[in-house]
Design a protein around this ligand. Structure first.
Ligand SMILES: NC(=O)C1=CN([C@@H]2O[C@H](COP(=O)(O)OP(=O)(O)OC[C@H]3O[C@@H](n4cnc5c(N)ncnc54)[C@H](O)[C@@H]3O)[C@@H](O)[C@H]2O)[C@@H](O)CC1
Ligand SMILES: [K+]
Length: 512
């Protein structure tokens, strides 16, 4: 699903109005009806009091139109006009008039004056600012946000949590915190970034019928990725498949005390469907790997505790390296030699592989095109430098990807994969996956997919998605606390099966 910029949203609105020959206010009416349907289907007419806080732009207009629908269906609604500025948009005024025709006179909420009572029994509809926010709100409005956030009411924001900028950083505490955002047509970029996403506890995309051709022909820089979108990438297995055709991945890494990382990655390679895996570790890895993972072939290095050479006696389709590897001088030298010899297969680089690259930046220039790098935030910092906020991080990461022509997978909630000009946010996964070895498993899955012929980008997107889905399935049995990286491998088969099931009826709901 595309994530549009502000200009793209306004443009899609405008073109839809033109092409569908809509009257002024028609799209707002659709947004209000969709929001009403969402709320009504959940409240089912219950006498919950609803407080609508409307700004004076089109987001406020959405709020007023929604209030009208709610009142017409017998809900108890109090409407407040938050005087964010003197100007009022024409569609706001149109909807204000419609409310007045129905004998509803919204109360003005200004800098001075009383605040509405917001109790546990209330639902608050936050329609103060939408995507039109272009400067930090006045202090009294920020205080109003704080007042709303401190209240025990359930907050539903229209389109975006008021105060969040669509395309730049919002300081903590300067936006409404929404239990759910009813986001029109597209999810919004700040939902996916840790700093701003934390004020959006859940979100739902509501279809307001923007012109499908406009949506299709507008290229988006960011995408929200879920399983059905990835299905065309599935490569499957022929009936006459044998292991020699299903790909061979090598996993290079480990150091004494961290051999388990290689074991997890190698096991994930096989569980993701690759035909063969070779693990290359220091000598101390031989016994644990042979005993722990009998399906793997093991090559040991002359170094006892750390890798001193990356020279493989086999010719795999992909090499995953770095997990548990350490940064001993001999290992750095071995990695350097390996890159200088221009490896002829795709690489998947994780953990200490990334640390070595960050500390020896000349090596970055030696990476084969489309190398997959899988940093967590700490490793990302080593690669791209410090950032001031998430939007700055995005910019720096995109510049890095452009410079080194790599697939950069930034791990975390909504793992973000960047390649060339585009970014893809993942939809699966949960906080239980924040546990040791989780990244090793991901690297193994991605390598296992590349071995089978997936492009590095497809392997990253599918791998990240299945890894998260596996975590979501595992957590149902394990709970968040007990979930360990091994479980992500254990549930991978079920994740594959669930991914490939026929699509369920479309529903946009998503926990943010
Ligand atoms: N354009 C359309 O056809 C549609 C727009 N819709 C709604 O319209 C919203 C966008 O509406 P607007 O563009 O009117 O913008 P907003 O309603 O978000 O904001 C209103 C106006 O306030 C001003 N403003 C910005 N920052 C301010 C600040 N800090 N203090 C005071 N004033 C400030 C801006 O001039 C802005 O246009 C969307 O988020 C969505 O809710 C929906 O009705 C669907 C259709
Ligand atoms: K809002």
């Amino acid at each position: 699903m595309k994530i549009f910029s502000r200009d793209q949203i306004y443009n899609a609105d405008r073109l839809t109005i033109e092409r569908q020959g809509l009257a002024a206010g028609e799209l707002m009416e659709r947004a209000a009806e969709a929001s009403f349907n969402y709320i009504h289907s959940r409240l089912q007419g219950s006498p919950t009091p609803i407080v609508v806080l409307a700004g004076t732009g089109n987001n406020g207009g959405d709020g007023l139109a929604l209030a009208r629908h709610l009142m017409e269906h017998g809900y108890h609604v109090e409407v407040y006009m938050v005087q964010v500025r003197k100007e009022r948009s024409p569609e706001f005024l149109q909807n204000l008039e419609r409310l007045r025709e129905r004998k509803c006179w919204p109360e003005l909420l200004e800098e001075k004056g009383p605040r509405p009572e917001l109790g546990q029994q209330h639902i608050v509809v936050d329609a103060i600012f939408g995507i039109g926010l272009n400067r930090v709100p006045d202090p009294w409005i920020l205080e109003l946000f704080q007042y709303i956030n401190a209240a025990p009411s359930f907050v539903v924001s229209l389109d975006i949590a008021s105060g969040l900028f669509l395309d730049r950083h919002t300081e903590p505490g300067q936006s409404v915190e929404a239990e759910v955002v009813l986001s029109f047509q597209f999810p919004k970029l700040p939902f996916f970034l840790p700093e701003t996403g934390s004020s959006v506890h859940g979100w739902e995309v509501l279809d307001i019928g923007l012109d499908p051709a406009v949506l299709a022909e507008t290229p988006a820089e960011f995408h929200w990725i879920y399983g059905d979108l990835l299905k065309p990438a599935y490569r499957g297995r022929g009936r006459f498949a044998h292991k020699g055709q299903m790909g061979h991945a090598a996993v290079l890494g480990g150091s004494t005390g961290k051999i388990g990382a290689v074991r997890l990655a190698a096991e994930a390679v096989l569980t993701a469907g690759a035909g063969k895996v070779t693990a290359r570790t220091p000598r101390s890895g031989l016994v644990p790997l042979q005993v722990g993972l009998p399906e793997a072939m093991v090559e040991v290095d002359k170094g006892k505790d750390a890798l001193e050479s990356f020279a493989l006696s086999v010719k795999p389709q992909v090499v995953a390296l770095g997990m548990g590897m350490g940064t001993a001088a001999a290992t750095v030298q071995a990695f350097t030699t390996f890159l200088e010899e221009k490896p002829q297969m795709p690489l998947v680089i994780d953990a200490d592989g990334l640390n070595i690259l960050g500390q020896n930046r000349e090596l970055l220039d030696l990476l084969p095109p489309s190398t997959v790098l899988l940093p967590h935030p700490g490793e990302l910092k080593i690669l791209i430098g410090e950032w001031t906020d998430d939007f700055d991080k995005l910019e720096k990461a995109r510049a890095f990807v452009k410079q080194y022509d790599c697939v950069l997978v930034i791990k975390g909630a909504h793992t973000l994969t960047l390649y060339r000009e585009l970014g893809y946010f993942n939809s699966s996964g949960n906080p239980g996956m924040a546990t040791a070895g989780s990244g090793d498993v991901l690297a193994g899955i991605v390598a296992g997919l590349i071995a089978q012929g997936y492009s590095p980008l497809d392997a990253a997107l599918v791998g990240v998605f299945l890894h998260g889905l596996s975590g979501d399935l595992a957590v149902r049995d394990m709970g968040y606390e007990a979930l360990r990286a091994s479980h992500l491998i254990q549930y991978l088969g079920v994740a594959f099966r669930q991914w490939l099931q026929p699509p369920a009826p479309a529903e946009g709901q998503q926990e943010g």
